[in-house]
Write a protein that binds this ligand. Structure first.
Ligand code: ZN
Length: 408
């Protein structure tokens, strides 16, 4: 009864309108431009949720960059579920490359177009409308439902890191990450480490290389080591049905690190970044040991140069939750209730805010949201309206199923 009424309270027209409104408020972060933040979207989210009667908290993460958290309390209970979205979007690139204006939110043949349509203003709107449907229908549940619209997912994940340090974060017992995964239930996410390797040698004249030690040669040796590093990480990581195996991809090579490059000068330092993707298995120490070993082998090949590396953005290890988790069971049942079909399972190719929630708080997370998996960050990004509505219904049923239980 409760569930039927709550599902019926999901209003597709309202969901489409809200998604379009959010897309029309650009939230590309442009460093150096203090007005180019999530502020306007966050304000819209805050007002919309407050108007619906939610208790809304604003966490200032950085100037103009607030997390918005809306809560709805049921009867006393031990569970607190977060429906998680982020308010920032990546750059639209060259707007002339788009056939629909990137912030126009065109609605054409059942698709909404625009930067963030899938990643992830659509998913955020679906979470908001789902929570509102539960509230309006008066559905009964135990514990607390939270909608979180966090900042900076596409950057350093400052929003979720901030949340994890607050009482609101520590009270969470599970989270649904509403990222675009074509409404598949993703119990696994790949991890990432950006290994920024600095080579330090000795500056010298290019005509007299014997007088110096060339850090670029050491980076060359390191690049030759990457296939071996990749093989080693694949050995350590679990094989996964839903995730591609680990990869090691050089993405930045830079020399000199400071100052102007000059054709006849061997620079003192050089830097390379390896984009390392992981599947579940090894812990931080095991990953570190493999990267250390690759650096040592490269160093041995070029005497006089030292290699040091840092994880440029910390360790975001791969995550996995067990199918036996209460959250997973709640969502498996919910897909049937909300859509009449059996759940499809998938895996998240990159890391999400859920990675940080899983690593910092240890809570179960499932990533599931509207939008084709490959569409984020592309031109002519879109979300299917039908998938959007389905997501909102899945969130309603998942929330009520999970919050019907009362074990922590
Ligand atoms: Zn995203």
């Amino acid at each position: 009864m409760t569930l039927t009424a709550a599902l019926a309270a999901v209003d597709p027209a309202e969901l489409v309108a809200l998604t379009r409104d959010l897309i029309r408020l650009p939230s590309v972060i442009r460093p150096g431009d203090p007005t180019a933040t999530e502020a306007r979207v966050a304000e819209h989210v805050e007002r919309w949720l407050a108007k619906e009667g939610f208790e809304v908290a604003v966490q200032q993460v950085a100037p103009g960059r607030p997390n918005i958290l809306a809560t709805l309390d049921g009867e006393p209970g031990l569970r607190t579920l977060l429906l998680e979205g982020h308010t920032d979007v990546v750059t639209e690139g060259d707007p002339r490359a788009w056939s629909h204006p990137p912030f126009g939110a065109d609605l054409v043949e059942g698709r909404i177009y625009g930067r963030g349509a899938a990643d992830m203003k659509g998913g955020l709107a679906a979470a908001m409308v789902a929570a509102a449907a539960i509230k309006r229908s008066g559905a009964r549940f135990q514990g607390r439902l939270v909608v979180g619209a966090l900042v900076d997912e596409e950057g350093d994940m400052l929003g979720v890191r901030h949340l994890c340090g607050t009482p609101e974060g520590r009270a969470l017992t599970a989270a649904i990450i509403c990222e675009p995964e074509q409404n598949e239930l993703c119990l696994e996410q790949r991890g990432v480490v950006w290994a920024r390797v600095t080579a330090r040698g000795r500056m010298a004249h290019g005509a007299m290389p014997e007088a110096g030690a060339n850090p670029i040669a050491a980076l060359g040796a390191l690049l030759r080591e990457t296939p071996a590093l990749e093989r080693q990480l694949r050995r350590l990581c679990a094989r996964s049905r839903h995730l591609r195996p680990p990869t090691v991809t050089p993405t930045i090579v830079q020399a000199p690190v400071l100052g102007a490059p000059q054709a006849n000068v061997i620079p003192g330092t050089a830097q390379a970044t390896l984009d390392i993707r992981l599947t579940p298995g090894p812990d931080e120490g095991a990953v570190r040991a493999e990267i250390d070993a690759a650096c040592r082998r490269a160093m041995a090949a070029v005497p006089g140069v030292t290699l040091e590396w840092q994880p440029a953005n910390g360790y975001r290890l791969a995550t996995r939750v067990e199918p036996s988790e209460a959250l997973v069971q709640a969502m498996v049942a919910a897909v049937g209730q909300a859509t009449g079909r059996r759940p499809r399972f998938g895996g998240v190719p990159g890391s999400t805010d859920g990675t940080i929630l899983r690593m910092e708080l240890g809570i179960p997370i499932v990533t599931c949201g509207p939008g084709a998996r490959l569409i984020p960050h592309q031109v002519d990004e879109y979300v299917e309206v039908q998938e959007l509505v389905e997501a909102a219904r899945i969130y309603v049923a998942s929330s009520l199923n999970y919050l019907a239980g009362n074990e922590p």
